[in-house]
Design a protein around this ligand. Sequence first.
Ligand SMILES: Nc1ncnc2c1ncn2[C@@H]1O[C@H](COP(=O)(O)OP(=O)(O)OP(=O)(O)O)[C@@H](O)[C@H]1O
Length: 573
Amino acid sequence: MKNAFRIFFYNGWKRELLIIGIVLLTGAVEGVGIASLWPIVSLISGGPAETSHSMGNAIVVALDAIRLPLTVEVLLGVIVVVSLLRFALTTTATIFIGRSVANIATELRLRLIKAAVRARWSYFTTQPNARFTTAIGADGTRGSAAYRASGSVIAATAKAMVYLCMAFWVSWQFFLAGIAVAVLLWLGVSRFMKMARTAGRGKTKQTLALNKSITDALTNIKALKAMNRHGFILQSFRRNIESLRQALAAETYSESMVRAIQEPILIVFMMGGIYVQHTLFGMSMQQILGSILVLVGLAGTIGDVRGAMQRVMVDSSAFWSMIRLIEETEAEAEAVHGGSEPRFDTGVRLDGVSFGYGDKPILTDVDLAVPPHAVTTVIGASGAGKTTIADVLVGLNRPDKGKVMVGDVELDDIDTIAWRRQLGYIPQETVLFNDTIANNVTLNDETISRESVVAALKAADAWDFVSALPGGIDYVIGVRGSLLSGGQRQRLSIARALCNNPQFLILDEATSALDRETAVEIAKGIRKLIGEKTILAITHQPIWVDAADRVYEIRAGVVKPAEAMASPKPRSA
Ligand SMILES: Nc1ncnc2c1ncn2[C@@H]1O[C@H](COP(=O)(O)OP(=O)(O)OP(=O)(O)O)[C@@H](O)[C@H]1O
């Protein structure tokens, strides 16, 4: 119950309280309908409208006060009006609940997407993508189902309270009988409730595990197929799917049992109630009928509470899993510093920068200057820390010690958004979308014209192959660009970095997948841009040493001008 409250009021309380108010009113209106039955039964059996029953008499008094005649027709009319009113109230509550359910699903998804966009980059290096896709997809849908079920739990509980009040109005013995029905129904299904909760948790865990495996497998499908290793993956899928099957079976079983168990309990109580009222208390059939109606209504609403509670048990783990991920991702928000505009007049520098991943030092006291309008190249062995230098310059990693200077201003004092808008960054791994060439180059930035796309493709030496494709820049390049060659993908990545006319261009092994001639052409093309741009190339390739105005080498975390290192200059290819 506490869980249902926490979920229902998670996003606010105003609309939620209104819904509960409407449900309480619906219960009261239902009570008027039930109370009207007493005088009707009395009139039909030839007696007066006034009954020995206080609930029935309340209707008689109310009708008298508004000067309506106490006839069967009027009383039947009251019941019709009451059910219309009940219909109107139920519809209103349903509309409110529907809107709240849609709102919560949308708000949580948007909150997660916003948090993910704002999170610092290093957070994603430890997070499987499937955590986000599962949260946005399955958990979002199940979370909103949990919210809806929580609303039903609270609404049905409120209605059960109204019925208990009615039971008390009938008699205190009857009230106690009502409580006994509630307790029995509660206890009768508690085992299945626990089963529902375990099944729900299993479903949440296994859905995520399955999504993780399938995402990883599909990302690596080429290598898996080429070496015939997909058999192992199938095995692990089978285990996940079997666990998911067991969770789903337990969920369905518990759901059916929660429903089924109500009926025998209710029948036993109704029959027992009729017997006790008739034989021990000598109540008339009219009184017995009225009491039974209240009891049936009470048992029905308690059944509704348990049914909805069962759904909360099944789906709440998905709701809380999504909330946990949102809060965790929000806590990882990237610190956005400063408001100064970046200026490149005196280039970009690392001043005494040290950086490590955890306890592992990567850069030690690094001084490195990237002068304006020149090509600076950083070379070094694999794993030496070249990409780490680029990540520190971009601000994806913050130095543990020392400063990143953009012109004369520290990077921490510069508007991060403005800084990154000035960057053209070609990462080592080309990441392309299953979309058109144009959208891959512009990254869906509609302010970039088609002419600029073509110009960027030409500068990246990609226009020849793009113009030969069906549809040209509107050609869809397949999943992760799989319809293109590795070198073609790399050239699109270069065009992407060039198309928004960046001031500072960072190339991280940008031409590693290209043949020497093409790479040389691109290096020459990029050198032509130095009149307007500052360029940093990180590479194993000697062509970038040849194209550079300044070369640094990194070794064991220490960065020095290449000629100062006691190693031979890399041989030109
Ligand atoms: N996110 C990370 N968390 C922990 N360690 C990392 C992370 N990224 C890189 N490393 C480690 O930091 C070291 C430097 O990595 P970096 O990518 O900067 O090397 P690199 O010189 O660019 O190598 P390569 O030429 O092979 O691309 C490596 O030992 C790598 O294992």
